[in-house]
Design a binder for this molecule. Sequence first.
Ligand SMILES: C[S@@+](CC[C@H](N)C(=O)[O-])C[C@H]1O[C@@H](n2cnc3c(N)ncnc32)[C@H](O)[C@@H]1O
Length: 306
Amino acid sequence: MLLKEIKNIFHDELGKTYPKEEIDSFFYRCIEHYLKLERFILAIQPELVLTKEEEQPLFEALSQLKQEMPLQYILGTAHFMDLELHVNGAVLIPRPETEELVEWILEDCQTKKKNLDAERSRSVISTTLNDHSLRILDIGTGSGCIAIALAKHLPHAKVYAVDVSERALEVARENARLNQVDITFLKNDILAPELELELDIIVSNPPYVRELEKEEMKNNVKDHEPSLALFVSDGDPLVFYRAIAQFGRTRLKEGGSLYLEINQYLGEETKALLKAHNFSEIELRKDIFGNDRMLKAQQKWTSNKK
Ligand SMILES: C[S@@+](CC[C@H](N)C(=O)[O-])C[C@H]1O[C@@H](n2cnc3c(N)ncnc32)[C@H](O)[C@@H]1O
């Protein structure tokens, strides 16, 4: 069959579910993944014919796309910043908003390093905050995207990552191996943590979607991505943030930072929760789509940890 005919079949079969641009993107990513063909191939070879063997994975992918399976699960791979990661139904597909959270941490580390270098050039003091001594914990690591990106960009930091799901941890460990970073993965329930760590940075993108928000979600997310990674009860939507704040109060060093991805509708409530837990310098940021999406807070220098 001609490649362009297969492209038309993708549009015919998926047109009711997805916009045209997204179908084009599915098609091109499939031919790139399965056949190693560049997306401009049809411009150069409009009459390109595929063998039955070459067609087969494209039609298999199409059949899964019709069931609204996310393309990343079909191909088994997703991109996060400059990383390629394996994904399967046990882990959330990494989102661009989460990249912004990691970028925030990296910017802050860069700024702290510059200040430290400037201080060092003025005197001989040494301080604790440099890449060499940073201890970072990612809570609810899923595919490992946050922890791996931080370990890659802060190669001297000691990075820990926890998840309650053993299947997710398997994926994260495999991704750390593929991306050649050293991370300590631990199975732990953040609602009842057993982690004796002293940390400079805690980062988390915990479950935060309320049941009442399910209606506004696309089928490919709510039917295929793990509920454990997504949902919280309507009655206590900040359950994870409370647990992380309590944990952070006792495990973050003085001046240490907490970075959280949050529910866009609960920005002020989540900020208030951190304030109630005695965190300081709380900053709420929007994502590229203009939604309240990230919070940063600091463990007070003269803390009264309780
Ligand atoms: C929103 S996903 C985030 C995954 C990944 N960090 C990311 O940003 O793509 C939340 C993660 O928290 C994990 N999780 C859910 N309940 C947990 C708990 N009680 N303790 C630790 N991790 C939990 C889920 O398994 C899931 O991997």
